[in-house]
Structures are given as C-alpha cells and as structure tokens.
Design a protein around this ligand. Structure first.
Ligand code: MTE
Ligand code: MO
Length: 404
C-alpha cells in the first residue's frame, strides 16, 4: 500500500483551512489526499469555481506559475496510479472557458473529407465509446531543468516535474468521426481547433498526421476518471492523442479540418518546435516540430525535498510514449552505481508506471537521480541538446533532498 513520503504541502493547505492535525491524519487514513482536499472545501470533481480568473478548479494543491496559465501538479500529493482530476495539472494558452454542452457543436470540414458535418454533444455520446488510461504531459514539462541542471534557461513557463498527469479517459475514436465525414484516402493532415476565445477562428490549434488521427486510441474524450470531463480539462470534448505532446490534446474542441496537403500553423512552425543548433529546420518550421514525448521519470517529492533522517520509501512516476516502462534505476549523488527501483503496479495501455525504492536518509544535503528505460530499450540520455523553447528535457535530474 503506497503512502506519502512527504505530505507537507497537503498539510500546509489543510492547516491554512483551519484543520487540526488529528482530523488531517484521520482523513488521510480514510480516503487519502482526495479526502483531505474535499474536507478543505474543494470539490473533488475538480470543477468548482476558483478565486482565480484563469481556472475553475481550486488552485491550492498546485504550484501556480506567474504566467496565470499554468497549474503545476505536486507529484508528492499523488500516491496512486491515476491522478485525481483535482490534482491534474492545467496548461492554458489563454484561460479556461465555460462552454455549454447544449450549445456546443463540432464541425468537421476541409478538402480531405467528402461529407463535411456538424455534430452535437448528444450525437457524440451516442457513438461507440472507448475508455483507456493514458498519461498526458506538456511538451515543456521539466523545462526548468535546462536552467537548474544545464545552467542555461529556456524560454517559457518554468515547469519543474509536475506538468504531467495520468488519467482514465472516455470518449469516441476520432477515426469514427472522420469516417462519418467521409475521410478521403489521400487525406494528410488533421487540424484540431479549440474554442478558447469562443470562436473557432481564434482558438488554440494543432495539426496531427491522419495516421495518428485514425489510430483507434486517439479519442475525442468527454470523460475523465469515470466522471464528466471538467471545464479546465476541456469540457465538453477534448482530443486525447496518447503519447503525443500535451499541445496536441486540444481542449474545448470546436472544429476539425482535414486536408489533403500538409498544414502548417503557429503550433508546428514557431511554437512546439525544437529550435537550436542541433535541430535543422523542417518544412515551414523553424526547427523540428515536436510530436511524441520522450521517456522520463521523476520523484514524487517537492523540489527541494525536506525529509527526516531514517528509512524512507521514496516513490515516483516514469513514462514513455513507446510502451511500458521496463525498468527504473536510481542513484545517489555523483555515485556511479545505479540501483534498481521496483515498479509497483501493472501498466495498462498508455499509463505511467509507479516505482519505489527504500532509501536510508542521513542528515545533510543529498541528491537522487532516477532513470527510466522503456520496453523498446529507449532510456533517459546522459544529456539532452539545448533547444530555445525548452521542450522534451529528459535527462535524469538530480533531485535535491535536505535531511535533518
Ligand atoms: N484549446 C486548447 N487546448 C489545449 C491548450 C489550450 O491552451 N487551449 N493547451 C494545450 C497544452 S499546451 C497542454 S500541455 C494540454 C494540457 O492539458 P490539461 O490542461 O488538461 O492538463 O492541453 C493542450 N490543449
Ligand atoms: Mo503544453
């Protein structure tokens, strides 16, 4: 039974809400972090009204970035495999929007379909549904490590390790929707457009290739963790593109354009592109557009972590876009020996893996690195080349731990 290595942030939150230590411990025993959060007045569905204009959910459990667009998850608040909606990170390029399902329509058009159409929410709910577990990660997750580890800051929100979550998603296969619209055999690009500003002309968008769009696991999702998708995560319908960078998973989806030519938009020419000496330009892009994520791991600890001396069971999460995690290793300080961590749960579909290991904490300043390898043999590299916007950082990070 996994436990908390450090429930300090949760306790701080509970204390601020006037909760006593005993009640806090009782709630943890009864229902884990979710129960504590619910007792603090946060709707466990994660769809309540926050005091901040950018989001709907209670922002207390998160690291709130100054850009007003990014709620970074605290991995140390998670003990299970599935991330509760109320702890799931949020990344917006503007603000979360409130779209009423009754008024919502999805349009599918473009020269890549023979029968352009519009679908209501009810129509989508009548189509065959699929449920799958998948992690979802921002392309910029770990971006701050370019600065913290390589000493050269990349542009953009300085995400630590919490720009990621693992959900159980329910929806319809995007491929079924494209079939309904009569997708042509010579279709190439599928453009997904969000309703961020209320109109499909302005919304956040991303192009994916038709092969990925037609994959049976690429979904138009309306459910997260057995409940209705919440507004911060794209209600009424969002795209779920397993393994691909967060930005492909368009929220508040309003329009799909299918094209027989490769489409280029901001988000595959100047943004979500690896720009730097090691990345030659591709097509109309300034560098190499990011598509899939990379193999990564992180400890479920605050940065820096503070622990009491003694025996600890540390845990964390590892994920790869290319299948299950085969092993996770850890190493202390600049030591040469990597030791095996154990993977604690069976991995289904595109889930991340939860790993843990025992650590004897002696007083002083320490660092621990973890390194994941997936079933295809891909492992976290010794060093990643710099790119201007700081995407896909996946070298092992020395997590600072202060022991007293
Ligand atoms: N419409 C729309 N979709 C969007 C975004 C956005 O700003 N608008 N942000 C994208 C980015 S950059 C990421 S990382 C994921 C984050 O999903 P989440 O907020 O549900 O965690 O949503 C993606 N989909
Ligand atoms: Mo992102």
């Amino acid at each position: 039974m996994p436990g908390f290595t450090d429930a300090q942030p949760l306790w701080t939150l509970a204390e601020r809400r006037g909760m006593g230590r005993r009640r806090f411990l009782q709630l943890l025993v009864a229902g884990g972090a979710t129960a504590v959060l619910a007792a603090c007045g946060a709707d466990p569905s994660g769809d309540d009204r926050s005091e901040h204009p950018g989001w709907f959910k209670n922002t207390d459990p998160f690291i709130r970035h100054a850009d007003g667009k990014s709620l970074e998850a605290r991995l140390e608040l998670m003990d299970g495999l599935i991330t509760p909606s109320s702890f799931f990170f949020v990344r917006n390029n503007s603000v979360s929007v409130d779209v009423a399902a009754g008024d919502w329509r999805l349009s599918i058009d473009g020269d890549g379909v023979t029968d352009p159409l519009g679908l209501s929410y009810d129509a989508i709910r009548r189509l065959p549904s699929r449920t799958l577990v998948s992690y979802l990660e921002c392309a910029g997750n770990h971006r701050a490590m370019f600065d913290r580890v390589q000493g050269r800051a990349a542009e953009g929100t300085q995400w630590g390790t919490g720009g990621v979550g693992n959900g159980e998603w329910t929806g319809v296969a995007l491929g079924d929707i494209l079939e309904l619209a009569g997708v042509r055999p010579d279709a190439v690009s599928v453009l997904l457009v969000g309703l961020d500003t209320g109109s499909p002309e302005e919304g956040f968008r991303r192009v994916i290739p038709v092969e990925k769009a037609m994959h049976p696991d690429t979904l138009l999702a309306y459910g997260l963790n057995g409940a209705r998708l919440t507004r911060d995560h794209g209600y009424p319908v969002r795209a779920l593109v397993p393994g691909w960078v967060g930005a492909s998973n368009i929220k508040w989806l309003g329009r799909i354009v299918v094209s027989t030519e490769q489409l280029w938009t901001r988000n595959n020419t100047t943004s979500y592109v690896l720009i730097g000496d090691d990345y030659p330009p591709e097509g109309e892009a300034l560098g190499q557009p990011v598509t899939t994520q990379t193999v990564k791991s992180a400890l479920a600890l605050p940065w820096p972590a503070e622990l009491e001396a003694g025996s600890h069971r540390l845990h964390g999460y590892a994920h790869s876009p290319d299948g299950p995690i085969a092993k996770v290793e850890w190493r202390e300080g600049s030591g040469r020996t990597w030791r095996p961590a154990s993977i604690t749960d069976p991995q289904v579909q595109y889930s991340w893996a939860r790993f843990e290991f025992a650590w004897e904490a002696r007083p002083g300043e320490h660092t621990i690195m973890t390194r994941a390898t997936d079933a295809a043999g891909a492992t976290q590299p010794h060093s990643v080349p710099f790119n201007q916007k700081g995407y896909l950082f996946n070298q092992p990070v020395p997590h600072p731990i202060r022991v007293s």
